[in-house]
Design a protein around this ligand. Sequence first.
Ligand SMILES: O=C(O)C(=O)C[C@]1(C(=O)O)C=C[C@@H](O)C=C1
Length: 316
Amino acid sequence: MRSVCVVGLGLIGGSVLRAAAAAGRVTWGATASTADAEAARQDGHDVLDLASALDRAHSEDALVVVAVPLPAVEEVLRALPANVRLTDVVSVKGPVADLVRRVAPHARYVGGHPMAGTSSSGWTAGRADLFHDAAWVVTTEDDADRDVLTDVVDLALAAKAHVVPTTATEHDAAVARISHLPHLLAAVLASVGADGGPLALSLAAGSFGDGTRVAGSRPELVRAMCEGNRGALLDAVDDALGRLGAARGSLASTGGLAKTIEAGHAARRALVDKPTLTDLTIDLTAPDAPRTLRDLGARGGRIVALNGTTALALTP
Ligand SMILES: O=C(O)C(=O)C[C@]1(C(=O)O)C=C[C@@H](O)C=C1
């Protein structure tokens, strides 16, 4: 079992460290936050300064997991020893891959992104079970290091997530729609509601609470996430504005909103209805493995188990 070094011990990094430790891995971490470091140590985890944590990762051939916000990634990459096994959990993949190519081209990098979180932050908000049943994206570019790909899949499965393979570009376009746009819409919705005054807020119930939950996240983290995916997010915002404009038009002219509401209802049902899955075995070391995995991800398939060099995957 590969050892795991987590850099950044906030909600996500702290949860990765806990999950890996709970799965029996040797783990240690590093963080620039004194509060997170103290809290993690109090919970019995090994927290080192960044240089020592990375040195140890190098000498023990561990997997380094970068779990800091995008604006802080470059500094961590600059501190990396040569040829280290590297992944990250940042919510955009293209910009991180570009940084790795520019700043740490020697790193053996495969991007990752667990699709789980809460609106809380910091070590104390983390949980070992945060990733249970969550999707954990693994980027499978054609030149992906097969060994590190296996390490990242293995870590995700140890955290009881399932792995969704895709490319950085496809990932960024997808999360713009299902994560970054919702964060932006939640911020807008929260402001619109609050501007309704004390009466409106005193009446706020399920729909307003659900729709604005993530507006409670730390603003600088949401900002880093959205700005880091600017191009894809602008496309998603344009799409949303177009649909909102059409809905406004039909509400104003005919009073009929049926099309918008029925389309949304069908889309939501498709999200909730689980596809039927069948077993499939993939050799992760095969030359065409990245492409095979990407095809699987594009069809809504996922990796749910690893057996040596093979992944047992389920596909619709
Ligand atoms: O559930 C939440 O609070 C989240 O915001 C989690 C969420 C999302 O669903 O948008 C946010 C960012 C992560 O990169 C992945 C998942």
